[in-house]
Design a protein around this ligand. Structure first.
Ligand code: PLP
Ligand code: COI
Length: 339
């Protein structure tokens, strides 16, 4: 393997040695198989290609100072993939199959787990799609589950460097009774028009508002939103956002640090009252927000005026990342060591 520069890794795809594949056929899952190919053979009429019968997960493994590899809350990702599968009527992946495939993929690609202290980690991407042929709109009878891994650096350039976000008022990524709570590919396709526009205008990402009224904060592209004020961690309650495992964990961490927490609707105007804001997710970790621009109504909300992340954001970040790297006691029992 050509030597990777761990410290400058982007959030992108790097080929690793092996991936795991498993097929669902005749009403049952087969045995997971190891593959060294990066390609799949797929039926030209597979529902995963035509009708968006597809869901995925994103999780990370971290190398500790003690040379142990730890995986963060994999069981939550397993449960969410089951929820997403039901959301688009696919065969669910049993928790044990999910676990075995994920841990085997990590073990077989150990040399790609970035070293302790590099700021990079091993991103794990479980993927499920309808693989049998249908031309009418209906669920497939066969499914394929794949787990691949790839070493990654920070999602937003600069790691914990604050990013600027643009509020999007002309695109919805998901409808209130749609698929926003599921991690299905269609939501990401629906977000691209807004994302490309935000990137072209120089922003790190876009902030979606609730699709029904356009009054409340939904989420930040591929991450949840949070705001901090009066020693309180506040995050949106919405029927169209992904239930972020990072966000759920930050709520627990905030409580452990003596903060209050609220999950409720956040009106856009409330942005002017926050002391700090940020985006959180597996890829985003915690990305502090420097500035939120709501161009359609001529409003700019500014945080981190000195260019530095806020103190509360950093406290949350240090505890989360400390637990993930194995530096801080895992008081919540979130980490699983890969043996
Ligand atoms: N929201 C969206 C749309 C996402 O794609 C992600 C990433 O998984 C998140 C939020 C954050 O979720 P998690 O913390 O579980 O990674
Ligand atoms: C993640 O945080 O794992 C995501 O899925 C975000 C993204 C790259 C789609």
């Amino acid at each position: 393997m050509e030597q990777l520069d761990w410290k400058t890794l982007p959030f992108g795809y790097i080929k690793t040695d092996y991936n795991i594949r498993c097929r669902y056929k005749d009403g049952k899952w087969g045995k997971p198989e190891v593959s060294s190919s990066e390609y799949i053979d797929i039926h030209i009429a597979a529902t995963g290609l035509h009708y968006g019968q597809e869901a995925f997960e994103g999780m990370k493994a971290y190398m500790g100072k003690d040379s142990k590899i730890r995986v963060f809350r994999w069981d939550e990702n397993a449960k969410r993939l089951m929820l997403s599968a039901e959301g688009v009527k696919m065969a669910p992946v049993p928790i044990e199959l999910f676990r075995d495939a994920v841990f085997q993929a990590i073990k077989l690609n150990k040399k790609f787990v970035p070293p302790y202290g590099s700021g990079a980690s091993l991103y794990i991407r479980p993927l499920l799609y309808g693989s049998s042929a249908e031309v009418g709109v209906k669920p497939a009878s066969e499914y394929t589950f794949i787990v691949f891994v790839t070493p990654v650096g920070p999602y937003f350039k600069g790691g914990v460097k604050p990013v600027n976000m643009m509020i999007c008022r002309d695109v919805d990524r998901a409808a209130p009774l749609g698929t926003g709570t599921f991690k299905v590919g269609g939501n990401y396709a629906a977000s691209l028009r807004a994302l490309v526009k935000a990137k072209e205008a120089g922003f790190g990402s876009t902030i979606f508002l609730d699709a029904r009224e356009k009054k409340y904060i939904d989420e930040c592209g591929p991450a949840n939103f949070f705001g901090i004020k009066d020693n309180t961690y506040i995050t949106p309650k919405s029927e169209s956002i992904l239930s972020s495992i990072t966000n759920k964990s930050l709520i627990e961490i905030a409580k452990s640090l003596g903060m209050k927490t609220e999950r409720r609707r956040i009106p856009v105007e409330e942005l002017s009252t926050f002391e700090e804001t940020g985006a959180c997710g597996t890829a985003a970790v915690i990305s502090p927000i420097a500035k939120i621009v709501d161009a359609d109504v001529n409003k700019i909300y500014e945080y981190c005026k000195d260019g530095m992340p806020g103190a509360v954001t950093m406290k949350l970040y240090n505890k989360l990342v400390g637990i993930q790297n194995g530096d801080v006691k895992d008081e919540f029992g979130w980490m699983t060591v890969v043996d």
